[in-house]
Design a protein around this ligand. Structure first.
Ligand code: NAP
Length: 294
């Protein structure tokens, strides 16, 4: 199956490399050409001149761009030359509504659209072990599942178009809570004057152990916040959760509201392109301020 990858950022670049390793990669395209060139050096695969050229040559198109408007722009541009029966798998994290709009545009071209958001971080993308949550036509998923297995170790069919993104919203909300819990707890440990490397090592093996602590605990303690997952992108995801919730309930969830405020503060300070673990900056500052005041 000929695969084309559009969007070669932190996630999409690794996806392209894994499709290449599995023998599926046919073409790539990235808005900023430099990122595509580094993939060409590693794979020898061709860079398409436009998303539309790529779409005309591939049987499975995998997109991985930032936001809702970016996905719709790409979908519009590939719709010009895409052939009937092609499958588009969008791995970006966007709203269920955007997935439905994209599917409708593709349906007019007799093209199948699957919303396929992923979880597992840059590490999961690199190893090809992502968790993928899929919305759309189940039979179409079964057709492309062996190919998508090049980038994802677990692929779950969730339901009709938009369900994959709704499932990912659950994941992103949970990730916000985990980020809050880990950054606040480590700032607390630091304020207690503990040897935090030892703390991370032992806590990680007990009931509070988790992926985020394993992968980001020691880097945040060292003051390193290289993404990873950009804070501004998680902010975008929590806004999606907020709108989804407003559609079904008048309630507001503290985890969404509080994390949006914290992320906005960090973005205003210029840290939006850092990893989400940069929340540790605020937590440390909070405890230091209280200590000085008392
Ligand atoms: P990233 O490193 O910032 O890369 C974003 C990619 O999207 C870049 O290739 C960028 O092109 C492209 N792009 C953005 N707007 C575009 C547009 N209008 N037209 C064409 N290309 C456009 O982000 P990432 O971390 O790979 O994340 C990509 C998506 O996956 C996001 O929706 C994110 O929420 C989701 N995600 C991320 C992670 C993670 O841990 N990083 C995990 C799961 C899901 P340029 O190079 O030209 O800027």
């Amino acid at each position: 199956m000929k695969v084309g990858v559009i969007g070669l950022g932190a996630m999409g670049g690794h996806m392209a490399l894994n499709f290449h390793k599995a023998g599926f990669l046919h073409a790539i395209w990235n808005r900023t050409p430099g990122k595509a060139k580094s993939i060409v050096e590693k794979t020898g695969v061709k860079i398409s001149e436009t998303p539309s050229q790529l779409a005309g040559e591939c049987e499975l198109i995998v997109t991985c761009v930032s936001r809702d408007k970016d996905v719709l722009e790409i979908i519009q541009s590939i719709s010009v030359a895409i052939k009937p029966d092609t499958v588009v798998a969008d791995t970006s994290t966007v709203s269920s509504e955007t997935a439905r709009q994209a599917a409708a545009i593709m349906q007019d071209k007799q093209v199948y659209f699957l919303d396929c958001p992923v979880s597992g971080g840059v590490e999961g993308a690199k190893k090809g072990t992502l968790a993928m949550m899929v919305g759309g036509n189940e039979k179409v998923l079964e057709r492309v599942r062996p190919t998508l297995s090049a980038i994802a170790a677990n692929i779950a069919y969730i339901g009709p178009t938009g369900s994959g993104q709704a499932c990912k919203a659950v994941n992103q909300l949970m990730a916000a809570g985990i980020n809050q819990a880990v950054t606040e707890s480590l700032a607390f440990g630091l304020a207690m004057g503990l040897d935090m490397d030892k703390v991370v090592d032992i806590v990680a093996t007990g009931a509070a152990g988790n992926w985020f602590l394993d992968h980001r605990g020691k880097t945040m303690l060292a003051g390193a916040y290289h993404p990873g997952f950009k804070l501004s992108l998680h902010h975008k995801d929590l806004q999606i959760c907020q709108v989804m919730l407003q559609n079904v309930s008048k309630a507001a969830l503290p985890m969404i509201e509080m994390t949006l405020i914290h992320y906005q503060r960090l973005m205003d300070e210029g840290f939006g392109n850092e990893d989400i673990s940069a929340l540790f900056r605020l937590k440390k500052r909070q405890l230091e301020t209280v200590a000085k005041e008392s």
